[in-house]
Each structure stands twice: as structure tokens, then as C-alpha cells.
Design a protein around this ligand. Sequence first.
Ligand SMILES: NC(=O)c1ccc[n+]([C@@H]2O[C@H](COP(=O)([O-])OP(=O)(O)OC[C@H]3O[C@@H](n4cnc5c(N)ncnc54)[C@H](OP(=O)(O)O)[C@@H]3O)[C@@H](O)[C@H]2O)c1
Length: 255
Amino acid sequence: MTATDRFRIDDKVALVTGGGRGLGRAMAVGLAEAGAHSVVVARREDDLAETVALVEKAGRRCIAVAGDVVDPDTAKRAVETAVGTLGRVDILVNNAGAYDMQPIESTPTEDWRRVLDVNLVGTFEFTKAVGPHFKAQKSGKVVNVASVLGTFGVGMATAYCAAKAGVMGFTRALAMEWGPEGIGVNCVAPGLFKTDMSAGVFENQDFYTMIMAGIPRGVHGEPEDIAGTVVYLCSPASDHVLGQVVHVDGGATIS
Ligand SMILES: NC(=O)c1ccc[n+]([C@@H]2O[C@H](COP(=O)([O-])OP(=O)(O)OC[C@H]3O[C@@H](n4cnc5c(N)ncnc54)[C@H](OP(=O)(O)O)[C@@H]3O)[C@@H](O)[C@H]2O)c1
């Protein structure tokens, strides 16, 4: 197998949470371009339908499962759909996330807990649901999506920073647990990308300028800029890479 062959994931089946738009959609399309079919999960069915159309345009099958990642039933349905309709599950991308910015004294507990639930408990539920399949086939790839805010702190984002640091810790612990079973577990930590989630940054010129001053590459990310790293971490090319956090941030975390 040549080095470039090792990036192919032909006929593998991926499960991508938060695949309705933004980074998750770009990941599903990138995985399709590398050969994989996918099941995409989000709450909005109209967004999911658009992703399905784009993956099919790339020549692969794609099935939408609507639901909240925090609900264990969503993970169960997604895995059953992958195995029942597409025949298997090989890749899990835990991408669904929620962001919140509030001063800690006035943050309602339910808001704080919801950020942890979507980013961290959703990741746990989907990972738990693919576990029996990955272990039975002695292979599989898990890619968790954290953030540069799991590496450094930003005021008023305590829940998000805690959750994303938690995703990084979860990645390392799971890699210890599943690595010996032949399962790859890694994490990507995006910097600023232009999506619905980051719209507030792009609408606030001062905030945007401040963030851009800390990005050595001098540009923000577009969703397609994350796809190659995710394909790599889902492919045999990354088989000897385990428990790592790959920052895809234009260099924001290097100084
Ligand atoms: N954009 C950035 O600058 C940036 C930077 C660092 C890290 N990240 C991380 O990258 C990931 C993707 O972010 P993004 O920018 O693409 O966000 P986005 O544009 O807001 O898209 C998020 C996707 O996740 C889905 N989702 C959210 N909550 C969900 C839930 N409870 N259950 C099921 N699906 C849910 C959304 O669909 P529904 O609303 O229809 O459910 C949507 O499809 C997140 O983990 C985020 O924290 C983003």
C-alpha cells in the first residue's frame, strides 16, 4: 500500500454527530470524498437533508438520523441505522457541540450543564454505543472535536472551556482503554472557523480583530479546512497516532 493509499477509507461507514451544518457537514463530505458512507446526526432535519444531498453528490451513501446527542436513544438509533442500513460502523466523529458565554455569577445551572451535556455527555453516549461493534471487529476510529478553548481559557466561557478540556481528557483516557483493542482514538481542536456557532465573533469587529491578531497564519478557518485532518485521523494513515489532540487553528496555540 502506498502512502497515499493509506488515506483512503473506501466503503467504511462513518457516524458524524452535528453533521447538519458547519464543520460536521464539511467532515461528512470530506469523508465521502475519501470513500466513506455516513450517518449524520443533528436535530434539524432540513439541515441534515442538505448534508445528505452533498454526500450523495460526492458519490457515497448518507442517511440522516434526527435527534439530540444527549439522549442515549439517539446514539442507539444512529448505530442501528449504520449497521442495519449501511452494514457496519467503522468511524465515529463526535462533533456536535454547544457554546455559551455568560458571566459565571448569573449563569443558570441548567445553561452550564447543557454545555457539558452536549459536548461531553453526547460524546460519551455515542462512544458507548459504537463500543461493542468496534471491539467485536477489533478496529475502529474515534475522532472527538474539542476546541482551542480546551487548551486556553476565555472569560465568560467557563462551561465551554471546561467541556472542551474534558473532551481532550476523555480522548486520552479512551485511547488508553481502547488502543490495545486496535481502535484509534484522537481529537481535533479547531481554532476560529466561520460557521453559525462563531457568528457572534464575525459580527463583532473588535473581537474578531483581537482573535485574528493571535493567529500566525493570518486567516480564519473555513469548514473545508478541517476535513483533511479528520480524514487522516479516520484513515489507516494515522494508525500509529493515538490519544493525540491535533490543533487545527492556524497556529493560534503555538505561543
Ligand atoms: N466554529 C468554530 O469556530 C469552532 C471552534 C472550535 C471548536 N468548534 C467545535 O466544532 C464543532 C462543530 O461546530 P460548528 O462551528 O460546526 O457549529 P454549528 O455551525 O453550530 O453546527 C453544529 C452542528 O451540531 C448540531 N448540534 C448542536 N447541538 C446538538 C445536539 N444537542 N444534538 C444533536 N446535534 C446537535 C447542530 O444541529 P442542530 O442544531 O440541528 O442540532 C449542527 O448541525 C463543535 O463541537 C464546536 O464546539 C467550533
